[in-house]
Design a protein around this ligand. Structure first.
Ligand code: CMC
Length: 444
């Protein structure tokens, strides 16, 4: 039996007539080539197993398209990121996070009336059921706020158990509003709980981002002033994190959604996936890395030598990306925002100097150049969060608040897909062949 497997050719016919030909074991199968609106091409292997008995194997899904999606376009070579066709630079400069939420979830920029309705909904649904407030008392003060956010988000399903596996459009719209509005309250309360301060309830007079700042930093005993420039930066940070197509947490949300689980369970799963240091947890890891270099007085050049040593397992956190192989447009925007915020607040942060030094050295070092490793969104976000007074263990929570509209948009897109199926990959089994059960008394 021959086992050669080869993609013979891709015809250049336009449209749905394009086929890839695959020869296996003397048989040729033709596989449809699917083309996206930005001319990306994919081989549709849906019938591969039925036609050949083969499945595909792709560790880490490096080369697997899990779905077709209208939401976000990334060109990793050119450093392009667009939400619903609009460049991230324009959105970060001219839009607000709430407007971007609407754009991602509903596909278009809102009209004035739609924007007013949407904002009003977010204002009206910000409170938590009072019984949920007691939950905070049950967590140890050392609890990571991502653990609290994830479990409290799942707990919302217990209060809004009208969330069925086939919800109506009106129900989905309400759940979207509840999630966007209540999760910022949960996040802020988890912070207040961790520092032992009284909870500050949402204030309906404040905008979405100003409300987050107020709930986190105000105290009942004095007036809290929120600077417009700081609110703008907070909006930018959340906008830049709002979606990134089929990343680990978004794929998790889509995976859980495919089983028909509650929308709250899906969001909670996304939060858990985001928590890891290779994903959303990287912003915390970056600041810890910079702090460690600072505290040890280590020259950052010698730190890079350790990063390059394959035996050390130390990474330059905030560098590298699965998709961006030229630059991450979000990092460019944040580098500028970082200078602006520190200047505005009159802060001179030695960690920023270390970050800039590391970046400069890394960008001319063959190790990073050859591997196409550039600063990603997390390289500078932590320095800005720190300047705003947000503690390190809340960084990934802020990322989660930013990523919510992306998760919701993907949840909604998948829910509306008319050919949806439960996500259930296959595997190539590499364990024992069949063997006998050995009773306990006969085992060595
Ligand atoms: N420091 C040092 N070496 C690195 C780094 C890094 N930050 N990132 C990748 N490499 C090396 C890696 O060791 C490998 O080298 P070799 O070919 O010699 O084995 C090569 O570059 C390719 O890396 P990879 O791990 O195969 O690439 P990936 O696409 O699987 O991983 C990544 C992407 C983001 C997980 C990885 O670059 C990384 O771990 N970066 C640090 C963590 C980080 O900043 N994560 C935030 C990502 S952006 C926010 C988000 O979307 O979550």
């Amino acid at each position: 039996m021959t086992t050669d497997l080869e993609i013979k050719e891709i015809n250049n016919n336009k449209g749905s007539t394009e086929k890839a030909r695959l020869e296996y074991n003397g048989t040729v199968v033709e596989l449809p080539v699917v083309e996206g609106t930005e001319q990306e091409k994919a081989v549709d292997i849906s019938n591969l197993r039925a036609d050949t008995g083969l499945i595909t194997l792709d560790n880490g899904y490096m080369n697997t398209g899990s779905c077709q999606s209208d939401i976000t376009f990334i060109d990793g070579e050119k450093g392009i990121l667009r939400y619903r066709g609009i460049d991230i630079e324009a959105l970060a400069e001219r839009s607000t996070f709430v407007e971007v939420c609407y754009l991602l979830i509903y596909g278009e920029l809102p009209t004035k009336e739609q924007m007013d309705d949407f904002s009003e909904g977010l204002t009206r649904h910000s409170l938590l059921h009072e019984d949920m407030i007691h939950f905070f008392a049950g967590y140890p003060s050392t609890a990571h706020p991502m653990a609290i956010l994830s479990s409290m988000t799942c707990s919302l399903a217990a209060y809004y158990n009208d969330a069925s596996s086939s919800p109506t459009e009106a129900q989905i719209n309400l759940d979207v509003i509840r999630i966007l509005s209540k999760l910022r309250t949960i996040a802020s309360f988890s912070y207040k709980k961790s520092i032992g301060q009284p909870l500050i309830y949402p204030n309906n007079k404040l905008t979405y981002c100003a409300n987050i700042m107020n709930m986190m930093f105000a105290v009942p005993s004095e007036e809290y002033y929120i600077d417009d420039e700081i609110v703008k930066v907070m909006n930018q940070l959340l906008i830049l994190h709002a979606d990134h197509e089929q990343n680990c947490s978004t794929s998790t949300v889509r995976m859980v959604q495919s089983s028909g689980a509650s929308i709250y369970a899906c969001m909670s799963a996304g939060i858990s996936a985001l928590w890891g240091p290779l994903h959303g947890g990287a912003n915390q890891a970056v600041l810890e890395m910079l702090q460690q270099i600072h505290d040890s007085g280590e020259n950052y050049k010698s730190f890079l030598t350790k990063v390059k040593d394959k035996k050390s397992s130390i990474k330059l956190m905030g560098f590298g990306h699965r998709v961006y192989k030229n630059f991450d447009p979000r990092a460019k925007i944040l580098r500028k925002a970082c200078d602006r915020v520190l200047d505005k607040l009159g802060i001179s942060d030695p960690l920023l100097e270390i970050a800039k030094g590391l970046e400069e050295e890394a960008l001319k070092d063959p190790y990073f150049v050859e591997r196409k490793l550039y600063p990603n969104v997390d390289f500078y976000s932590g320095i800005i969060y720190s300047a705003l007074g947000i503690p390190v263990n809340m960084f990934t929570v802020m990322f989660a608040l930013g990523r919510l509209p992306g998760w919701l948009a993907h949840w909604k897109e998948q829910n509306e897909f008319d050919k949806k199926k439960i996500c259930r990959p296959r595997q190539v089994y590499t364990g024992y062949n069949e063997r006998l059960y050995v009773p306990l008394r006969d085992r060595n």
